[in-house]
Design a protein around this ligand. Structure first.
Ligand SMILES: [Fe+2]
Length: 244
């Protein structure tokens, strides 16, 4: 499976990851890619890196990114059509990245349709400014619905950095965690990198994602993927990406 060991450090092959399950590739829905040409280009580049499936996750943040299945699914179909027309083979699906706030909690309670992926997984995130007071309730409510919450980029919440027990508590509540690959590269700073490495070492991470928004992310990932560090870091991690 881990045939990358035989590859030279200059070759790039992220195929051992399998599926990328966090990105903002659907055009003009959020702060990610803004047009179809870029969406096609990025799909091609991710395929080139070795990914064999993409589950993209537009932000859902009422008032800022007012997305819903009604806004997201037609754009997914447009991208699929464009890929088909260009004979680019890449399975692509969509879920969403739900901001945990009062509105999301209400949305769960109302029984609104939620965009999930894989084995009833749902991707959730918090603000980078402060922890959400709704986090515990949302995890509880989602699990009550039979959904499995995955917290996006836990390493990026700096207000958790001084108390690692907060991560442990989240795991004990049954929340899975998704690490941004670029955090390991130091893209978001030294502190984020340290916590990313620690979470990975303690086997608290089930998924890795690109969280791809723009050209700078892509370029950094392409450079990082050329380094053996990345393979060494991820080779023993109990990741579930390839099950998607
Ligand atoms: Fe994201």
């Amino acid at each position: 499976m881990f045939s990358f060991f035989k590859k030279s450090s200059k070759e790039v092959d992220l195929s051992f990851i399998g599926t990328d399950m966090h990105s903002h590739l659907l055009p003009a829905l959020d702060d990610g890619l803004q047009n179809m040409a870029d969406a096609i280009l990025f799909v091609k580049e991710l395929k080139q890196l070795g990914y064999n499936k993409l589950i993209t996750t537009p932000h859902i943040l009422p008032g800022i990114y007012a997305n819903s299945p009604e806004t997201i699914l037609p754009v997914l179909n447009n991208v699929k059509d464009a890929l088909n027309n260009l004979e680019i083979e890449m399975p692509i699906d969509t879920a969403a990245e739900y901001m945990i706030d009062h509105e999301f909690e209400q949305s769960i309670k109302r029984g609104d349709k939620l965009l999930t992926f894989g084995d009833h997984y749902i991707l959730i995130e918090m603000s980078y400014v402060a922890a959400s007071p709704y986090l515990q309730q949302v995890i509880f409510d989602l699990k009550l619905l039979g959904l499995q919450p995955i917290l996006a980029h836990p390493e990026r919440y700096s207000y958790y950095h001084s108390n690692f027990n907060l991560y442990t508590e989240l795991k004990e509540r049954g929340c899975l965690m998704q690490l941004n690959i670029l955090s390991l590269a130091g893209y978001y700073g030294v502190d984020v990198k340290k916590v990313a490495h620690k979470l990975l070492k303690k086997e608290m991470i089930e998924f890795v994602g690109t969280d791809m928004h723009h050209q700078h992310h892509l370029h950094t990932l392409q450079l990082f993927a050329k380094k053996n560090d990345l393979y060494k870091l991820l080779k023993d991690a109990p990741l579930l990406n390839s099950t998607l």
